[in-house]
Design a protein around this ligand. Structure first.
Ligand code: AMP
Ligand code: GLY
Length: 414
């Protein structure tokens, strides 16, 4: 069986690795892939948004299942095109992916179907937005409505900051033409609940927690994620059941009712607030870096799970009982400017999962090629052991230009 994975980061490395464990022993292609993925799959030089080339490749190589990683590919309509050609593909259509691409779409859906989330209003006019913000309390959350690569959310703690941000977003159109969602500021522990979704049929993955800030103690700028772990002691079975029923299942049903049934991974970015669990955001794809700590626990055949979802059948997945914890090695300077091309040594000594995020082979040598470079993921019977192991394993990797957080998972022990 031939399988194609679209994307090139740690998330796609984890997807490829899960597929490689399938007893069906599939031949795996990855477009475009990376140096780590190349150890498990044949990398193909097609970008994730080159939809027609991907369709052509899948046809020419008898690809029976395609799995989409990045949201850029979804936004480019890759799923719609594959479906038009009768090719089996795991991921939502462009219309269903609106739940991530448009914050306003997601908010309207949640209000209509009574899904718990922060109070909000949407504006395209600067003066109206300012008037609304002045009436409310601080801090206030300002979200640019559109794909802004994670930079579209500002938590303003003063009126001056709120005004400057709204000016950037609505008057100076620094992010492009768009609207702004002004949202109530929520407090509590954040967590990620990803579900396989096939229309109204859903199946939960283990709950994970991302660490978005660059430095220890959640200080420094927001990043693509500096570490993650499963399971979360502060999310009880009751919390989980509540979130599945009132958030994930309700949204899956709502998407069907709205005529844009969801297929693929619905990612709930949730917060356990003093007033119950609420939605911060939805993503229409596997989370990164959550996927890298979740998929290692998949016991079921990944080909079967992804195929069932793509066919609209009830997904069923068995998960191992262990805990997982992963620490990202990032280039010094990330998420700001950083240099590339530094040699990475010692990876062959690492005795746990090692996902490549931004690496390259240069003259046969592994070198840094991105902001986030590698992700060390350890599994163990307890989270403590997984944390110790990840720390031990990461110390084996030598490179002159990498840094990592030392407190990944500590929130679980407070
Ligand atoms: P998002 O891009 O929507 O995930 O937002 C980025 C980060 O901003 C989230 O991970 C939260 O930490 C924070 N955030 C977003 N919305 C809110 C909110 N309503 N209240 C508090 N924090 C928020
Ligand atoms: N971990 C957050 C995201 O994938 O968007």
């Amino acid at each position: 069986m031939n399988v194609l994975v679209i994307g090139s980061g740690g998330r796609e490395h984890a997807i490829v690795e899960a597929l490689s464990r399938s007893p069906k022993n599939p031949k795996i292609y990855c477009a475009p892939g990376n140096a780590g993925i190349a150890q498990l799959a044949e990398c193909v030089a097609i970008k994730d948004t080159e939809v027609e080339k991907l369709v052509e490749f899948a046809k020419a190589n008898n690809v029976e299942l395609t799995v989409v990683g990045p949201e850029a590919a979804l936004a480019a309509g890759v799923v719609d095109r594959f479906q038009q050609e009768g090719l089996l593909i795991f991921g939502p259509t462009k219309a269903a992916a609106e739940i991530e691409a448009s914050k306003d779409f997601a908010k309207r859906l949640m209000v209509k179907y009574d899904v718990p989330t922060a109070a909000y209003a949407t504006f395209s006019d600067f003066d109206e937005a300012m008037a609304y913000v002045r009436q409310g309390s601080l801090p206030t959350v300002l979200k640019y409505d559109g794909l802004a690569a994670g930079k579209g959310v500002v938590i303003a703690t003063t009126m001056e900051e709120a005004e400057a941000t709204l000016r950037d977003m609505l008057l100076d159109t620094k992010f492009g033409e768009g609207r702004v969602v002004v949202e109530e500021f929520l407090t509590g522990e954040e967590f990620s609940l990803m579900c396989f979704v096939a229309g109204n049929k859903i199946c939960a993955m283990p709950v994970a927690q991302d660490h978005k800030r660059a430095y220890d103690n959640d200080e420094g700028p927001n990043t693509g994620g500096m570490g993650a772990y499963t399971e979360l002691p502060f999310i009880t079975a009751e919390d989980h059941a509540y979130a599945m029923k009132n958030i994930m299942q309700r949204v899956a049903d709502a998407m069907v009712a709205e005529g844009t049934p969801f297929s693929g991974v619905l990612y709930g970015g949730l917060m356990k607030t003093p007033n119950g669990i609420k939605v911060i955001e939805f993503n229409a794809r596997f989370g990164d870096p959550e996927t890298e700590v979740v998929l290692p626990r998949l016991v079921s055949d990944a080909v079967d799970v992804f195929s069932a979802v793509a066919r609209g059948e009830q997904p069923e997945a068995e998960w191992s009982k262990e805990a997982t914890l992963g620490i990202v090695l990032a280039s010094k300077g990330y998420p700001g400017n950083y240099d590339k091309g530094f040699a990475i040594r010692g990876t062959e000594r690492v005795e746990c999962k090692l996902y490549h995020m931004g690496t390259q082979l240069k003259d046969g040598e592994l070198v840094t090629a991105g902001g986030r470079v590698m992700f060390v993921v350890a599994s163990a019977p307890t989270l403590r052991e997984a944390q110790l192991k990840a720390r031990e394993e990461i110390s084996k990797i030598e490179c002159d230009n990498l840094f990592h957080r030392t407190d990944i998972g500590n929130k679980a022990f407070r």
